[in-house]
Design a binder for this molecule. Structure first.
Ligand SMILES: NC(=O)c1ccc[n+]([C@@H]2O[C@H](COP(=O)([O-])OP(=O)(O)OC[C@H]3O[C@@H](n4cnc5c(N)ncnc54)[C@H](OP(=O)(O)O)[C@@H]3O)[C@@H](O)[C@H]2O)c1
Length: 330
């Protein structure tokens, strides 16, 4: 079946925010392909989510070398779908990938060396059958490689035309400051930081958000729904087919029960606001203008459509904020 993007796709379904002090705008919701797009998943479900996302103004798809399982299969599937359906829309898309976690055996298959980063980028481009990605990330800081070397590799990726922008992920505030300084000196400013950030994971609030603001770097928050905990998915049980029910992935069934008391209390506030819990969890992040985009995952078009509606109400009154804070800090 041939895919033709909706002619309505830029008619306010999705807002856009400028990424730090760059010229690039990102949709407030971006779609990540960490789960649900691998070799173990149903190809057509992933394909329909990509269609739905783009039809509704979500112009940013986020990948990494190791997404799957098996590692690399999300990029392969994305490449296949891209070539079937999105080739003529390349200039309307922001496609990112990353290197940092284990991808191949031996001393050059992970972390932050120039050798690993640039080889990995070549492999990613091959798997996705792309000439370039829009954003190439160092996926995690490497304690054993000089930061200069990792940043020089990102700079090289951009200079070679294989990436348009450079990004960092999971870097603490101090290293973010240093990385930003090095990249600026090299002439390839750091576009974006991708940290984990949700109601349940707030480490960025301590220092990182101020740092990126000062440095003019955008922020894309990953796992904003705490992998599904901050939704109504687990209110009654661990449903068949949910992330926590699967043998692969990073949400274990034993993580569900300890979160439930807070999830139920938050769900009550969401309902009072006329939102689902997923929508409120996304809105709670987007209320801070420093957050350029919220990087969600989804396993169905229905979830995507639910999450897109979060933008309808990003406002929280003092009472709601206090009540939420009370639950989160209990
Ligand atoms: N840089 C990094 O180190 C890093 C690490 C992790 C992730 N990421 C990026 O962040 C992206 C998102 O991460 P994530 O998948 O953990 O994000 P998430 O948005 O916190 O969780 C997504 C999961 O939540 C559930 N969900 C989503 N919307 C829902 C709704 N409306 N109602 C009920 N359940 C809903 C689905 O679970 P079910 O599958 O159970 O339906 C979905 O798979 C990744 O794809 C990746 O691009 C980056």
């Amino acid at each position: 079946m041939e895919y033709l993007a909706s002619s309505d796709r830029y008619n306010n379904q999705c807002d856009y925010r400028r990424c730090g002090r760059s010229g690039l705008k990102l949709p407030v919701l971006s779609l990540g392909l960490w789960h649900n797009f691998g070799g173990v998943d149903t190809y057509e479900t992933g394909r329909s989510m990509l269609h739905y996302a783009f039809d509704n103004g979500i112009t940013h798809f986020d990948l990494a070398n190791n997404y799957g399982p098996p590692p690399g299969s999300a990029e392969e599937n994305f490449g296949s779908i891209f070539h079937k359906d999105f080739k003529s829309y390349r200039d309307e898309l922001i496609i990112s990938t990353k290197a940092g976690y284990l991808m191949w055996p031996g001393p050059y298959g992970e972390w932050g060396s120039r050798k690993y980063l640039l080889s990995s980028l070549d492999q990613s481009l091959k798997r996705m059958q792309l000439d370039y990605v829009d954003i190439f990330y160092s996926h995690r800081p490497d304690p054993n490689t000089p930061l200069e070397e990792t940043m020089m590799a990102l700079d090289q990726a951009v200079r070679s035309g294989k990436a348009l922008y450079a990004g960092i992920s999971n870097y603490p505030a101090e290293q973010t400051r240093e990385a930003a300084g090095i990249l600026r000196r090299l002439g390839t400013p750091c576009l974006i930081h991708q940290p984990k950030y949700s109601m349940f994971e707030r480490w960025v609030e301590k220092e990182l958000l101020n740092t990126v603001e000062k440095e003019g770097i955008g922020v894309i928050a990953f796992s904003p729904l705490a992998q599904g905990l901050l939704t109504d998915r687990y209110l009654n049980n661990i449903p068949e087919g949910s992330r926590a029910s699967k043998s692969w992935g990073f949400l274990r069934p034993e993580q569900v029960a300890p979160a439930l008391e807070k999830v139920k209390a938050l769900n009550k506030i969401a309902l009072q606001r006329g939102q689902t819990l997923a929508q409120m969890a996304i809105a709670w992040l987007l209320k801070d203008e420093r957050i350029t985009s919220v990087l969600i995952g989804a396993s169905s078009v229905k979830q995507l459509s639910d999450n897109l509606q979060a933008q309808k109400n990003l406002y929280f009154d003092e009472g709601e904020l206090r009540a939420i804070e009370g639950i989160l800090t209990k």
